[in-house]
Ligand binder design. Structure first.
Ligand code: DGL
Length: 270
């Protein structure tokens, strides 16, 4: 049993899909959330930069004596895998839990992953999934570079023409394809899940990397004896390197967990 908080980070509000999923599973845990929207988007950045960012973001969270860290960010999870693996606090990403869930999808229909450009081009999602499936299924990767900055700018409603146009532009090449499952490999995408469903149709099963990772972290804490014994009453502290007011305006209604106050975090230099 360990009452210390869990750290979560992302380039912005996308990580809240991870926090929401974790809170549902672990309502008694305390969380420290770091949204680095001052440096978003992470998606177009080179691997070396993403590795430095991952270390800086985790060092920021480490000041709060966190017992474990979730990189609630597909881009960091794929580009900075070794940084997470070597970190002195147990640190997890969203890639492995998401790929475990995708590889377990029954049947032989193709599987699709949508994520940031860095995530798709790294091969850590698509090539790794092909390998897990022993190259017996077609794996389709689709980069959606417009989505995360658009979501961060506040375009999130399924009826918003900006959202509808961006979804159509990115996903037109796969519309009508009969996938066994489609993975939301960027944590921001869960926020526009309904618009993605509207465009692709309800028949394509969507999997959320954030939800898969939340479940895996929950299992890890239980197995390692690190879970908080409290069953309710967990708290969350929020830090933002961009605009805390903008973050609060989204986070409060999205999380449905009472008032959200975000403290300003330093904008870290690369
Ligand atoms: N939410 C992040 C991800 O899962 C990062 C998006 C971005 O900053 O480009 O990839």
């Amino acid at each position: 049993m360990d009452r210390r908080p869990i750290g979560i980070y992302d380039s912005g509000i996308g990580g809240l899909t991870g926090l929401k999923a974790l809170r549902k599973l672990l309502p008694g845990e305390d969380f420290v959330f770091f949204g680095d929207s001052g440096r978003m988007p992470y998606g177009p950045r080179p691997k070396e930069e993403l590795c430095r960012i991952a270390k800086q973001d985790m060092d920021f969270l480490a000041q709060f004596d966190v017992k474990a860290i979730l990189a609630a960010c597909g881009t960091i999870s794929s580009a900075a895998r070794p940084v997470l693996a070597d970190y002195p606090i147990p640190a997890f990403g969203v890639v492995d839990p998401a790929l475990d869930a995708m590889a377990a999808v029954p049947g032989d229909r193709p599987l699709c992953i949508i994520a940031t450009a860095a995530s798709i081009h790294s091969g850590e999602f698509t090539d790794a999934l092909a390998k897990r499936c022993r190259y017996s299924r077609e794996i389709v990767g689709v980069p959606c570079p417009e989505f995360a900055p658009m979501i961060e700018a506040g375009h999130i409603r399924r009826s918003d023409p900006v959202v509808m146009d961006a979804v159509a532009r990115a996903l037109e090449p796969i519309r009508g394809r009969d996938f066994g499952a489609l993975l939301l490999g960027c944590t921001h995408y869960g926020i526009i899940e309904d618009a993605i469903r509207d465009f692709l149709g309800a028949d394509v099963p969507l999997l959320s990397a954030s939800e898969c990772a939340a479940k895996a972290l929950c299992d890890y804490l239980a197995d390692a004896g690190l879970a908080n014994e409290r069953q309710t009453g967990g708290t969350a502290r929020f830090f933002e390197s961009g605009d805390p007011g903008h973050f609060e305006a989204f986070a409060e209604p999205y999380l449905e967990h009472g008032p959200v106050h975000a403290e300003r975090a330093p904008l870290m230099e690369l």
